[in-house]
Design a protein around this ligand. Structure first.
Ligand SMILES: Cc1cc2nc3c(=O)[nH]c(=O)nc-3n(C[C@H](O)[C@H](O)[C@H](O)COP(=O)(O)OP(=O)(O)OC[C@H]3O[C@@H](n4cnc5c(N)ncnc54)[C@H](O)[C@@H]3O)c2cc1C
Length: 482
């Protein structure tokens, strides 16, 4: 009798030895999420080397109803790339698909595979006088496929948008193994539903992104980074309006940093020092850039605008980075806040957005409500204020046992934060996605219409629910994998 080949053997024969492992040691670094909150198990980790191989793997998975968990750099914040603990899933790593297929500098496009790491993309484009205008703290790990699948944001969204605005074309494999070829960068394309946009932010629940055509912009000629003190969140918003009105073409970053976060960076992160003297309740990090030869020098622009802002009483004080090193030092303070806050004790973290004009008021009103309801906690809201997106951390009272506190209070504090966000017309996930972390809250807080539409899309494209089950879409009870 001929030997029956099981699905694992079939998959192994598609990718060969270098694309297949079921050894616990090889898999274990990839089975816990970046924040260390979720650990799963997998039957095997498969790393296809091409789109065709990915298609064959998905076809076998679909025929055998095997769950596929796509993974890029595993730097996601919501447990989206971590399998459940059944040990039945395949962890599909895209990291071997890391070729930049073409850089079209003249057309400001780059065609790359899903496993290209963001930092490598930045470096390759810099050599060609181009720039991919999206950056974030996880750039040394995050891959193009992960950035697309989470619709990542970062610190340049103000001027360039999220991944949704930066993806010009996509190649993906659907759950049944069909290849969706859409890499052409069409400025106009009215063939109905935009399947590319469904995959962006789809968190691997509708298919596997294998390659993309991304938009680039000219490399920076220079930039000016300013550290500014203001006395309130309202003043911060007025400053944002002022700068955005006066220099919309060069304002690329507008980040808010409360005094408490600056203090915690200075305390916990070696080599950091305060940019300004004196105590200031709120700090703003602003970046003005020039990427066109005929544009004004950003330093001259910043000096003039900040002098005017001081005269208008919008700001308390300001300093401009005197060198590229100092500009990096200012950004290091901003980028180190999460790490410093972690060193300072347990905190519940919320990545939320409200309409930009409402953010100042939201921070002012939500913080005392949370602190009053949970005595001893302290709220710290920092981040992309120019996008209406802050990371709202609720820090535990001093001296608590971290695990016990998170367990006892997480399920009470987070729903309160999210209720306040929804009441302000906002979103419980601004840029990190839903993953497994926020799925129950998405279900609790979504309108019936939104939920039904998401479920209908998911079940139409992935009827067997093999793509990243248990993530993003709260399927109706009774549906397998929900
Ligand atoms: C220090 C730090 C700072 C960060 N700052 C920001 C920030 O400012 N803004 C921001 O938006 N994010 C930020 N992040 C989060 C993270 O970097 C992004 O979510 C990033 O997009 C994840 O990319 P990844 O390749 O690591 O994806 P992974 O973590 O591997 O996966 C993320 C999700 O995408 C899916 N996925 C991955 N690859 C594919 C693929 N090829 N096809 C289909 N689905 C796929 C996974 O299944 C999962 O659901 C930060 C992370 C770190 C560690």
């Amino acid at each position: 009798m001929p030997k029956t080949v099981n699905w694992q053997e079939q998959m192994q024969s598609v990718v060969g030895a270098k694309g297949f492992t079921s050894a616990a040691d090889d898999m274990s670094p990839w089975l816990t999420d970046w924040r260390g909150r979720y650990t799963g198990a997998a039957a095997a980790m498969i790393s296809p080397g091409s789109t065709q191989e990915t298609a064959e793997i998905l076809k076998i998975a679909n025929e055998n109803s095997v769950a596929i968990v796509p993974q890029g750099g595993n730097s996601g914040m919501v447990g989206g790339a971590t399998p459940d603990d059944s040990g039945q899933s395949i962890l599909l790593s895209l990291r071997r698909m890391n070729r930049i297929r073409a850089i079209e500098s003249g057309d400001q496009l780059v065609l790359c595979e899903a496993g290209v790491i963001l930092q490598n993309l930045h470096e390759a484009l810099a050599d060609e006088g181009q720039r991919f205008p999206l950056t974030l703290g996880g750039k040394g790990s995050a891959t193009v496929g992960g950035l697309i699948s989470t619709n990542a944001g970062g610190t340049q969204v103000l001027r360039h948008g999220t991944m949704r605005a930066l993806v010009a074309g996509i190649e993906a494999v659907l759950p049944d193994g069909t290849i969706l070829e859409g890499l052409a960068a069409l400025k106009k394309d009215n063939r109905g539903y935009d399947l590319k946009q469904l995959l962006i932010g789809g968190e691997g629940t509708l298919g596997v992104v294998t390659a993309a055509t991304l938009r680039t912009v000219p490399a920076l000629i220079d930039r000016c980074v300013a550290w500014i003190a203001v006395d309130s969140t309202d003043a911060a918003y007025r400053l944002f309006q002022f700068l955005n009105r006066r220099t919309p073409q060069s304002l690329e970053g507008f980040e808010i940093i409360p005094e408490t976060c600056l203090d915690s960076v200075l305390r916990h992160i070696p080599g950091t020092r305060p940019p300004l003297t004196g105590a200031h309740r709120w700090n703003i990090l602003v970046e003005l850039v020039r990427d066109q030869a005929d544009a004004q020098d950003p330093r001259t622009v910043a000096e003039a605008l900040l002098a005017e802002a001081l005269e208008l009483g919008l700001i308390e004080d300001a300093t401009l980075a005197a060198s590229e090193q100092q500009a990096e030092d200012f950004w290091k303070i901003r980028d180190s806040i999460s790490e410093a806050e972690r060193a300072g004790g347990p905190a519940l973290q919320h990545d939320i957005s409200v309409p930009v004009p409402k953010m100042a008021r939201f921070i002012n009103e939500a913080s005392p409500v949370i602190e009053a309801k949970f005595p001893g906690t302290k709220v710290a809201a920092f981040g992309h204020m120019g996008d209406g997106n802050v990371h709202l951390h609720v820090k535990a009272p001093p001296g608590v046992q971290p695990l016990e506190w998170m367990r006892d209070y997480g399920n009470r504090i987070t729903p309160l934060v999210h209720d306040l966000v929804i009441a302000a017309g906002g979103s419980i996930s601004a840029e990190h996605g839903i993953g497994q972390n926020k799925r129950a809250e998405l279900e609790r807080l979504s309108s019936p219409g939104r939920l039904a539409t998401m479920r209908a899309i998911k079940t139409a494209i992935d009827p067997k629910n093999i793509m990243n089950p248990g993530k993003l879409v709260p399927l109706a009870s009774g549906h397998s994998g929900s």
